[in-house]
Design a binder for this molecule. Structure first.
Ligand code: FES
Ligand code: FES
Length: 179
């Protein structure tokens, strides 16, 4: 019995992987199981609850989207062990940084129940990072993987366009300031 227990414990421990992760600018170290998803790690170990689950984690709703090394990913389908040494940004981080997309999402009431909203906002922020002046079509295409049961779709396009305008104005102000 004692042998069985110690054997089980050592097997279990050996299966844990040490990973380092930068989340919203803060550094963490974790021991994770091979099958722990990034979504579960963020929610259960750091308490970041913005990555949601509207499809039972099968990659069909976009509500769990986070930014991993600059690209939007579905955190329900991303294994935590594959994130070792990488950078993650969540809706909480976007709110903390006072990015214009956050204000625009509030201003244009992009939510009803709000459950899908963090995933939309994260996807929109990733779009603006790679394309600061997206067309309406590009916004719709970028957000196509995010599902909203409440039907808030039109408001996201308006909010993303306003955030893009704000980013442009900020960049122009910065340019004037540096002259
Ligand atoms: S929880 Fe639905 S795509 Fe991840
Ligand atoms: S606001 Fe309710 S699911 Fe999108």
């Amino acid at each position: 019995m004692a042998y069985l227990c110690s054997s089980f414990i050592s097997t279990y421990t050996e299966n844990l992987h040490k990973i380092k992760l930068c989340v919203n600018g803060r550094y963490y170290e974790f021991l994770v199981k091979p099958n722990t998803t990034l979504r579960d790690l963020l929610r259960e170990k750091i308490g970041l609850t913005s990555p949601k689950d509207m499809c039972h984690g099968v990659g069909a709703c976009g509500s769990c989207t986070v930014i991993l090394d600059g690209r939007p990913v579905l955190s329900c389908l991303t294994l935590a062990v594959d994130c070792d040494g990488r950078s993650v940004e969540t809706a909480e981080g976007i709110a903390e940084s006072a990015h214009p997309i956050f204000e625009a999402y509030i201003k244009y009431h992009t939510m009803q129940c709000g459950y899908c909203t963090p995933g939309f906002m994260v996807t929109a922020k990733a779009l603006l990072d790679r394309n600061p002046n997206p067309s309406e079509e590009e916004i719709r295409e970028a957000l196509a993987g995010n599902i909203c049961r409440c039907g808030t779709y039109p408001m996201h396009v308006i909010a993303v366009k306003e955030a893009a305008e704000k980013l442009k104005a900020n960049a122009e102000d910065k340019g004037k300031g540096s002259k």
